[in-house]
Design a protein around this ligand. Structure first.
Ligand code: SAJ
Length: 407
């Protein structure tokens, strides 16, 4: 397994139930942690799975000869050019081609623009002058439920040819209980991007509904709940913007191929601009311009420790730029660009709490304990997470994204 991140590591461990697996990563610290039985990130069930299969798994600083190579390295967005940065995939394919033996199978899991396997990965592997098989098998698991979804979701496998697809299917069948669907390399690449773009576009629609609801003066959360009683309507949830390494990134991999894709670009813009909107909303409840503002949650979504592309970062930078002092609390996140403070420290002298991440933990916080520490008593909830009644009862001004002010 080349790449031991949020996808590579759980996949490697699931494979280790039936195969001998060697995990490789360029991050030497991660290799050391794994070889000392320490998981490099939080994910339900990961430690248990590791303990179950560790006799078949070993982390290594070298890519070793193998029967099957899987590539699960990140493909971030080149923020300036808005195209996929394929350098990690290219590096992995080059390293693998040096170890390739006759008849080996190479599986790409990383999310890539259509034709990457055919045009980029294949040409790099061809330099080995070996006969090999190639498949593309995108992951579909959702962080927070990764292991469950890796086992139970259907999988799409695109093969360079039939034999490649069949060989990859045999590997995944050892742990996947969902159905495995076979297609060609490029269709499988496109399917992955279509799935995440579909979700991003639908979140943009929910966000747009929230902005309209604010104008109209109704509660968007109630309206969405009611609309979703229609048998063919399923509106997603508005929020502070879309984060994570998938939804905020993958739609651009389609745009780079078809720059006129209006709907995808518009949706990305709506979701990215939510940080500015939230910033403007704080004015409705905070009066003093140079106040301290508390951000609750910098993980990109609830109950995970992952901060990649978090909408919190943009909001923090906007607030700082405007002269606010920002304090941050997140019970899951340990490493972030800004210091993470304890719950109490994060609200001390603060004029307003902004709830960015829907961690369950925030639901049960008692406003009574925090009130004496704060300068002004206001909370802006971008996730419809807190109990408005409870906070109002303790004298807080409450603003919910997409709903009228409540005091
Ligand atoms: N979000 C909303 N409103 C919603 C749902 C999500 O604002 O109604 C926000 C979240 O807070 C978060 C972002 O969107 O910031 C993305 O979260 P997510 O839970 O929708 O998705 P990810 O990024 O954790 O995982 C997605 C999944 N893709 C789809 O559901 C189509 C997952 O299945 C993929 O495997 C993953 O991307 C990936 O790795 O590509």
């Amino acid at each position: 397994m080349v790449g031991l991140g949020y996808i590579g590591l759980p996949t490697a461990l699931l494979l280790a139930q039936n195969f001998e697996v060697v995990g490789y990563d360029i991050d030497k610290k991660k290799i050391e942690m794994l070889n000392n039985n320490i998981m490099p990130f939080e994910e339900p069930g990961l430690t248990e799975l590791y303990n179950k299969v560790k006799q078949n798994f070993r982390a290594s600083t070298e890519i070793e000869e193998s029967d099957v190579f899987l590539i699960a390295v990140p493909t971030p967005l080149d923020k300036e050019l808005k195209i996929a940065d394929l350098s990690a995939v290219i590096d992995a394919a080059k390293k693998i081609s040096r170890k390739l033996k006759q008849g080996n199978l190479v599986i790409v899991e990383s999310t890539v623009p259509p034709k990457t396997c055919e045009n980029v990965v294949k040409s790099l592997l061809d330099s080995s002058n070996k006969e090999y098989h190639l498949a593309y098998c995108p992951e579909r698991a959702i962080p927070g439920k990764t292991i469950h979804e890796m086992i139970h979701n259907d999988r799409i496998i695109g093969g360079l040819d039939n034999k490649s697809a069949r060989m990859a299917k045999e590997i995944y069948e050892t742990f996947v209980k969902g159905e495995i669907h076979i297609t060609n390399l490029t269709t499988a690449e496109m399917v992955k991007l279509m799935e995440n773009t579909f979700r991003d576009v639908n979140i943009a629609l929910a966000n747009e509904f929230a902005l309209i609801a604010e104008e109209v003066g109704i509660n968007v959360w109630e309206a969405i709940e009611l609309a979703n009683h229609h048998p063919r309507v399923n509106i997603l949830r508005p929020g502070p913007g879309v984060g994570g390494h998938c939804l905020a990134v993958d739609p651009w991999f389609l745009v780079e191929l078809a720059p006129a894709s209006n709907m995808i670009i518009t949706s990305r813009t709506i979701n990215d601009n939510m940080s500015f909107y939230i910033y403007k909303q704080r004015k409705k409840i905070v009066k003093s311009p140079s106040a301290t503002i508390t951000i609750w949650g910098v993980a990109y979504k609830g109950n995970v420790d992952d901060t990649r592309e978090t909408p919190a970062l943009k909001l923090i930078k906007i607030l700082e730029n405007e002269g606010y002092n920002v304090k941050i609390h997140d019970p899951h996140v340990k490493n972030f660009e800004y210091p993470i403070q304890s719950l109490e420290e994060s609200v001390t002298d603060s004029s307003c709490i902004i709830v960015i991440t829907d961690h369950d933990y925030f639901k049960n916080i008692n406003p009574k304990d925090l009130k004496p520490l704060m300068k002004e008593h206001a909370i802006l909830d971008t996730r419809n997470l807190i109990s408005q009644e409870k906070w109002i009862k303790h004298g807080f001004k409450v603003k919910m994204l997409g709903a009228p002010n409540k005091t």
